[in-house]
Design a protein around this ligand. Structure first.
Ligand SMILES: Cc1cc2nc3c(=O)[nH]c(=O)nc-3n(C[C@H](O)[C@H](O)[C@H](O)COP(=O)(O)OP(=O)(O)OC[C@H]3O[C@@H](n4cnc5c(N)ncnc54)[C@H](O)[C@@H]3O)c2cc1C
Length: 420
């Protein structure tokens, strides 16, 4: 079959890889000059299948209320006259109910674990290099109450098959010796040895090259205007800028996979499909490593600040915080400075402070953090979008699953595939 994949982020590119492996003729479209130039460009780098709790949980509403007026809040709703944002917020509250949270965790862990397994298989098949480390993820706590809650959460994750171990401050330093210089009082941690880290952008760009070797066509600098429908099917994808931006071209295929990240709902709305995917802006800083021994190799999640820190070769990447503020990638200095400050409190001599790169990206967030992977009422239109905080972790799993679904094969992973 001829399949068009819309979007060359980590999710679209992984979809293209598995579709090509299944024998399809694949074309990938993206408005950027290369793969992974938007949200997949500089994320936190974690493959965190065992640290997969969604933002929406019973404790979240109170915390978010407390954070509402704080410019440096880890999770900030900037209330706007935007119906999509309010609808998203209401659905988020529903997903905070204990039963919903538990159900969502089960879905997320299933797809994230499958994603990690598929990534490992892809790595051994291709030898692809992306500064990856298999040193696990250590979640550290500085607030005793948060740590007590984490002990309960770790037990819950173990019920879902995750190898999450509770650790004393001393054990945390034994796992990651660079923490010994931390100026923060770490009260404990939880560690998952099987989680990984690596550079999602490098991975995606290298995978795009492997896809090309398999015959996939990547059309960059190609804005997608809309999908058009006829007789209940998608009839083509219209390319080119809207308005006066030049002549349009229509590309026709047998099947279409929507992987436009945060922009998917805008494109789907024109077909009458509504999916609650809303952009959740996050920031990252990338710092050259100054002292390798003082920079962690175990990927770190700092619970209080909601940031993750991953070692990517000779760089340190710290990323996190979320701001629901529409399609806006402007860099907010206060929020970035909060990440810088916290990173250097944890690892005071690890990096070169004079040379920090700042970045902001829009997570395609669903209220539950469960992505939309599956079918639509248009029999030739498939979704692979809304991966929120875990798009890098899940990309190979949901890419493989969508390729199976397009090929008429039952996916191996037990997951609630969508039909919208
Ligand atoms: C600060 C931060 C930290 C994160 N940390 C982690 C982490 O540690 N681990 C993890 O698993 N995940 C993490 N994530 C989440 C992860 O980065 C995302 O879920 C993932 O990158 C989403 O990939 P995607 O392919 O769906 O979207 P994107 O990468 O945004 O890809 C969508 C593509 O569609 C293209 N596009 C959009 N509209 C159009 C159009 N009209 N025409 C043509 N092309 C178009 C864009 O150019 C883009 O390339 C983090 C995210 C952020 C922001």
């Amino acid at each position: 079959m001829k399949v068009v994949v819309l979007g060359a982020g980590v999710v679209g590119t992984a979809s293209a890889w598995y579709l090509a492996k299944a024998g399809h003729e694949v074309t990938v479209l993206d408005r950027q000059p290369d793969a992974a130039m938007e949200t997949s460009f500089a994320n936190g780098g974690q493959i965190s299948a065992s640290h997969a709790e969604p933002w929406a949980n019973p404790g979240a509403p109170l915390k978010i209320l407390k954070w509402l007026m704080r410019e440096d809040a880890p999770l900030l709703f900037r209330l706007r006259a935007d119906l999509a944002q309010w609808e998203w917020g209401l659905r988020f509250l529903i997903e905070c109910l204990p039963g919903r949270t538990r159900n969502n965790i089960a879905q997320i862990v299933a797809l994230a674990t499958y994603g990690r397994d598929q990534l490992r298989a892809l790595r051994s098949e291709t030898g692809i290099e992306y500064d990856h480390l298999e040193r696990g993820i250590l979640h550290v706590y500085t607030d005793p109450r948060e740590f007590d809650a984490a002990v309960v959460a770790a037990a819950l994750m173990r019920e879902f098959g995750c190898d999450r171990r509770v650790m004393s401050p001393g054990e945390c330093v034994a796992v990651e010796p660079a923490l010994k210089s931390s100026t923060l009082g770490i009260v404990g941690g939880t560690y998952t040895a099987s989680d990984e880290s690596g550079d999602a952008c490098k991975f995606t760009q290298h995978l795009a090259k492997r896809c090309v070797e398999r015959g996939v066509i990547f059309r960059y600098n190609t804005p997608i205007r809309e999908l058009c429908a006829e007789k209940g099917r998608v009839a083509g994808v219209v390319l080119g800028e809207g308005g006066d931006g030049g002549a349009a071209e229509t590309l026709i295929a047998d099947a279409y996979v929507m992987a436009l990240g945060s922009y998917s709902p805008l494109m789907l709305r024109r077909l009458g499909i509504s999916v609650p995917v809303y952009p959740a802006k996050g920031y990252s800083i990338t710092i050259p490593v100054a002292d390798p021994a003082a920079a962690p190799t175990v990927s770190i999640t700092d619970d209080a600040a909601k940031i993750v820190i991953s070692r990517l070769g000779n760089r340190l990447r710290a990323a996190g915080t979320a701001e629901l503020n529409g399609y806006n990638t402007a860099i907010n200095k206060v929020r970035c400075e909060a990440i810088v400050k916290r990173t250097f409190e944890l690892f005071p001599t690890a990096g070169d402070r004079s040379n920090i790169e700042f970045w902001a990206g829009l997570r395609p967030a669903t209220p539950s953090n469960v992505p939309f992977v599956g079918r639509t009422r248009y029999p030739n239109l498939y979704l692979n979008t809304g991966h929120g905080t875990l798009g890098w972790t899940m990309a190979c799993g949901s890419g493989r699953a969508i390729a199976d679904i397009v090929s008429g094969v039952r996916p191996e992973v037990g997951f609630r595939f969508c039909m919208v």
